[in-house]
Structures are given as structure tokens and as C-alpha cells.
Design a protein around this ligand. Structure first.
Ligand code: ATP
Length: 364
């Protein structure tokens, strides 16, 4: 399907110039963000960067201190519109079900504006979408954590809110279950065409769920874009580091390039003579075992570990100029050379990023 032009897609959430402080502590500052109809936007970032604060402002659980918030074009900040009148669905990590109501009653709870018959239909529809219709008559304490989470999602989605707010909704689930419920949730969101703002600190979850990611640090958005943009065109070292533990080398720009022990890399953005910070993803290193007798100085394997789908190699790399570097390489499949095995290394330039050495320090 061809996406309609920008102007024809309606915006379900607009946030402009949001600032929020707890006492003297600034939690978020200068936040601009939109969520379009049918779009999932993830707020991603390390603990304490302000993700939950933004969600609580949209939900109406925090009173807007500065800036502008609108859902479906309705300003919600001043005067403060209470949470229950915002037409937003909330699914928080700790979303508790009503213990004295069965599953069906839990989901119909927020549907009092519908006629009784329609209410039941709607609830069953959502339970079916999340694979829970068989449990309609069960009470929460008889369900597993994952089942409870599905019911909580069904309850939040049932009133067909224009905007869904999800705060780490999968974090209490074990890995296998989490993958399934993520899948189902995304499917339901897309099917209902709801806009969604989802908080997570897990880059993989954000990549999977999001149409666009807002990567945050210290109350600011560092970069906003599609998963591909953040991963392939990171704005600064923080963005690179957030997705992966990378190899870092430093060097001086000479003739537009920086020499490293694993080959030189282009530094088109940097000035001649400038100190460069070269960030090399473990996947960027193409490692091959050498069978021919190696040169006196050669790169060799220090350690190899099988991680499952990939093998992690610790390599001591020797450059032609005699420089040496210790690097991590991740290669697909089972590749477990012995310690001391001579190797050749090539770089995949699309997984290498070069910044000025003084660029913003990496956290997290
Ligand atoms: P996490 O991933 O750990 O939930 P977060 O990115 O959601 O973190 P917030 O919960 O929004 O971050 O918190 C942002 C900052 O505001 C943090 O420094 C936090 O300590 C502070 N903060 C959050 N809530 C309060 C509060 N009620 N009172 C005082 N400070 C708060």
C-alpha cells in the first residue's frame, strides 16, 4: 500500500515544547513530538531519561507545567482535562485487573457508553484478537501473568481510544511470552488503526514495535526517526552505543580518512587533522581464518564463544603501521577458531561510524 501524503494523515497526539520538573529537578525539557493516526511511536532511553514523565503528561496523571498537549486536536493542558475524559487507553506495566470481576467483566468495564449487547460483543472481539476468548469467564487469580497482561491490553483497547499509551507493558513477561504478546499487540494496534506511544528501555523492542523511535537522554530527544534511520544513520555516539556495545578507536583525519588496525575509514564530515572517534559494530568485522603462513605480525584470535545464532570473537588486530587493537567481532553461526588462530579482517563500512572525538560523551 502507498502511504497517503503527510497532510492527509491526521495527527492523534501533538506535544510542543514540553518542560516538566519535580521540584527543582528537571525531568524533561523542550520536547516536541507527534503521533499520527495508526502510528506506533516508541520513547526509548535509559532509566530516568523522562519517558514515563512524558506518558504521564499525555495521560493527564501529571499537570502540564509548560508547553502544549493535544489529542485529536483537543488541547488537554490548560485547563487540565482529567485522565478519564481524554479518550486515551492506558496500559502500564503494573496495570492491575479488578480481582472480583471475571475477564469479560474486566474488559467491558470501560464500555459503559455502549448498549449492553454491543459491550459484550466488543469485549469478546478484543479478547479474541488477543487469544483470550476461552478465558472470558475466568477470574484474574486463575490466569498466568502473560494472560493477565493480555486481558489488561484488551481492556485498554476495547473503548477504541484514538491514542494508546503503553508503559513497559511487556516487561514482567519472560522472553518467549514477551515476543508473542508484542506480536499480538502490534497486530491489534495496526488492525484498530490506533496511534500509540510506547515506553521502553529495550532497543530491540522499540525496533520491533515502532514506526518511529524517539531516543531520549537526560530529558531531551537525541534523535527521532524510523528504526532504520536510528540504526543506520545515528546522530551521535550515544545513539550508536545505545543499540550495541561497539568497538571504539581513535585517530587523526589524514586525507579525509582515519587509519585503524583493521583498515582505514572515510571521515567526510571531519576536518583535516581533527581527532576522530571511530565506532565499529561487532558485526562490521568480517573475520576469516588464514591458512597460508601468516606475516610476522598478524591479527589473531584471543578468544571465541558461541552465543547461539552468532559467535563472539575477541581479536587482537595488528595494523600495517604496527598499531594494535583489541576488538570484538560478532559473526553468524558457529565459528570457533582456536586461540592464536591467524585471521584476516575486513570492515563493512555501513556498520562503522565516525564522529569528532570531542562529540557528546556516551552514556548507557
Ligand atoms: P524508567 O525507565 O526508570 O522508568 P524514565 O525514563 O521513565 O525512567 P521518569 O520516570 O520519567 O524516567 O523520570 C525522569 C526523572 O524524573 C528521573 O530523574 C526521576 O528520578 C525523576 N522523577 C520521576 N518521577 C518523580 C517524582 N514523582 N518526584 C520526583 N522526581 C521524579
Amino acid at each position: 500500500a502507498v502511504a497517503p501524503p503527510e497532510s492527509e494523515v491526521s495527527t492523534v497526539l501533538t506535544m510542543q515544547d514540553i518542560h516538566h520538573a519535580y521540584g527543582h529537578h528537571t525531568a524533561v525539557a523542550g520536547i516536541d513530538l507527534t503521533v499520527r493516526e495508526g502510528e506506533v511511536v516508541c520513547l526509548l532511553g535509559p532509566s530516568g531519561c523522562g519517558k514515563t514523565t512524558l506518558l504521564r503528561i499525555v495521560a493527564g496523571l501529571e499537570v502540564l507545567q509548560r508547553g502544549h498537549v493535544a489529542v485529536n486536536g483537543w488541547a488537554l493542558g490548560r485547563p487540565h482535562v482529567p485522565p478519564e475524559r481524554r479518550n486515551v487507553g492506558l496500559a502500564f506495566q503494573e496495570s492491575a485487573l479488578f480481582p472480583h470481576l471475571n475477564v469479560l467483566e474486566n474488559v467491558t468495564f470501560g464500555l459503559e457508553t455502549l448498549p449492553a449487547r454491543r459491550r459484550r460483543e466488543r469485549a469478546m472481539e478484543l479478547l479474541a484478537l488477543l487469544g483470550m476468548e476461552r478465558h472470558a469467564g475466568s477470574y484474574p487469580h486463575t490466569l498466568s501473568g502473560g494472560q493477565q497482561q493480555r486481558v489488561a491490553l484488551a481492556r485498554a483497547l476495547a473503548p477504541a481510544p484514538g491514542l494508546m499509551l503503553l508503559d513497559e507493558p511487556f516487561s514482567s513477561l519472560d522472553a518467549r511470552l514477551r515476543d508473542r504478546i508484542r506480536d499480538d499487540t502490534l497486530h491489534v494496534l495496526k488492525k484498530l488503526g490506533a496511534g500509540a506511544l510506547l515506553v521502553t528501555h529495550d532497543p530491540e523492542e522499540a525496533m520491533f514495535m515502532a514506526d518511529r523511535i524517539a531516543l531520549m537522554r537526560d530529558g531531551h530527544i537525541v534523535q527521532m526517526g524510523t528504526p532504520r534511520e536510528l540504526y543506520c544513520e545515528p546522530a551521535d555516539p550515544f545513539v550508536v552505543n545505545f543499540f550495541d556495545t561497539v568497538n571504539e578507536l581513535f585517530g587523526e583525519v589524514r586525507g579525509g580518512r582515519v587509519a585503524t588496525p583493521v583498515g582505514d575509514v572515510a571521515a567526510p564530515e571531519l576536518a583535516e587533522g581533527e581527532q576522530a572517534r571511530v565506532m565499529i559494530r561487532p558485526e562490521a568485522l568480517r573475520v576469516e581464518a588464514l591458512t597460508t603462513p601468516p606475516a610476522p605480525t598478524h591479527s589473531h584470535v584471543v578468544m571465541a564463544k558461541l552465543l547461539g545464532r552468532t559467535s563472539l570473537l575477541h581479536i587482537c588486530a595488528h595494523g600495517v603501521d604496527g598499531h594494535e587493537a583489541h576488538l570484538h567481532a560478532r559473526v553468524p553461526g558457529v565459528f570457533l577458531p582456536e586461540e592464536g588462530q591467524p585471521v584476516s579482517i575486513r570492515l563493512d563500512p555501513s556498520q562503522v561510524f565516525v564522529f569528532a572525538a570531542g562529540a557528546s560523551p556516551a552514556h548507557g
